[in-house]
Design a protein around this ligand. Structure first.
Ligand SMILES: Nc1ncnc2c1ncn2[C@@H]1O[C@H](COP(=O)(O)OP(=O)(O)OP(=O)(O)O)[C@@H](O)[C@H]1O
Ligand SMILES: [Mg+2]
Length: 348
């Protein structure tokens, strides 16, 4: 089977001007410009097979959206090759649109003032969707998420969640081979996120659509993606199954501690202060344990550490030297905490 998406040594550079300050600076900028090259995407090689659902993750500014823009043909790579469904995305974009669906969390591709069903009819014309296929999709959408009750609302009248739902339905309407989603669940409440995850999962399964998903919500990833790719400062730092991530960062452990019996009644402010102190004690005694991070989670002080740098027991003893620990529990490292760590730029 041929890959749906093939990226080979892809780079994207942006030339950014180092602007000088003030009016004088702007005038100087007109004559001599001081440029800097920013490597937004740096040598990414990636094959994605038909039907795969891949989580494309990384901290703010990592290069996720830039990659997606290259895959959809909005941007041309500086060097390297991209093929989507065996075609070069930025050449002949009209033809390529037939293969591609997009959902951008903060923008809609639907017509604001029209009832959704009218937008769908326009898309049917644009993409020349056969009558039967179109009818079949609408029926399926209604059975799946009760979309029928939304068809006659205008986008303007919709809640963010309803609009996102319709945007996703629209992206799949012409049965494209691949759908790109950039932060589809941003700003949605828990129940709507659940509904959207279920919808995307069902559509992927029924249609065998390849899905590339960027998100900052690990819940989306856990629910939908078997494989994840992590990019940081333009470079790919991980490409494997989600389960392997924990092995990859296997030396990380978390423990939770409390200093008082009635910690539940303490204000978060007090706990934050305790967490800061714990971090100070640990870093003073183990200055080389740079991965150590202390935070407050659900009224517990949570300590993430890397056992290659500091043993759990050493940390416990160090804390006990300063203050008596009342309650403690050790935890398996979660994917979420590993990713958060990467997002904070301290691991990887
Ligand atoms: N058109 C552009 N011109 C100059 N620099 C750009 C341009 N587009 C993106 N960049 C820069 O490229 C880098 C990657 O940006 P990108 O939008 O791909 O990040 P991202 O991973 O999508 O981040 P986020 O999670 O915040 O959405 C950033 O440093 C950004 O400032
Ligand atoms: Mg982005």
């Amino acid at each position: 089977m041929e890959p749906m998406i093939q990226m080979t040594g892809v780079h994207k550079e942006f030339k950014v001007v180092n602007r000088r300050e003030g009016v004088r600076g702007s005038i100087l900028d007109l004559f001599s410009r001081d440029y800097q090259i920013l490597h937004a995407v740096n040598n990414v090689t990636l094959n994605i097979m038909p039907g795969e659902m891949v989580g494309y993750l990384g901290p703010n500014g990592a290069g996720k959206s830039t990659t997606i823009k290259m895959m959809t043909g909005i941007l041309e790579p500086t060097s390297g090759e991209i093929l989507v469904n065996k075609r070069v995305p930025y050449k002949n974009r009209t033809r390529n649109a037939q293969d591609i669906g997009v959902v951008f969390g903060q923008r809609t591709q639907l017509w604001w003032a029209l009832p959704v069903i009218e937008s769908f009819k326009i898309l049917k014309e644009i993409y020349r969707i056969p009558d039967l296929e179109y009818k079949d999709n609408l029926e399926y959408y209604d059975a799946l998420v009760g979309a029928g009750s939304l068809y006659h609302k205008t986008v303007r009248e919709m809640s963010l969640g309803q609009r996102t739902l319709c945007d996703i339905l629209a992206a799949f309407l012409h049965n494209p081979g691949v759908v790109f989603m950039d932060e589809p669940t941003i700003g949605l409440d828990v129940s709507m996120k659940g509904k959207i995850r279920q919808l995307v999962g069902s559509l992927n399964e029924r249609k065998g659509t390849t899905v590339i998903l960027t998100t900052h919500d690990m819940g989306d990833v856990d629910a939908l993606c078997k494989r994840i790719v992590i990019i940081d400062k333009g470079k790919m730092i991980y490409d494997n199954d989600i389960e392997h991530l924990q092995q990859y960062f296997g030396a990380y452990r978390t423990m939770k501690i409390q200093f008082c019996r009635k910690t539940e009644e303490l204000e978060n402010k007090v706990l934050e202060k305790q967490a800061k102190e714990v971090e100070k004690w640990l870093l003073e005694k183990f200055p080389l344990a740079k991965s150590t991070a202390v935070s407050v989670e659900d009224k517990w002080i949570q300590i993430l550490l890397n056992e290659d740098e500091i043993r759990m027991m050493q940390a416990v003893n160090c804390i006990q030297d300063n203050r008596r620990i009342m309650d403690m529990n050790l935890q398996e490292i979660t994917t979420e905490s590993v990713i958060r760590k990467i997002y904070e730029g301290e691991a990887g």
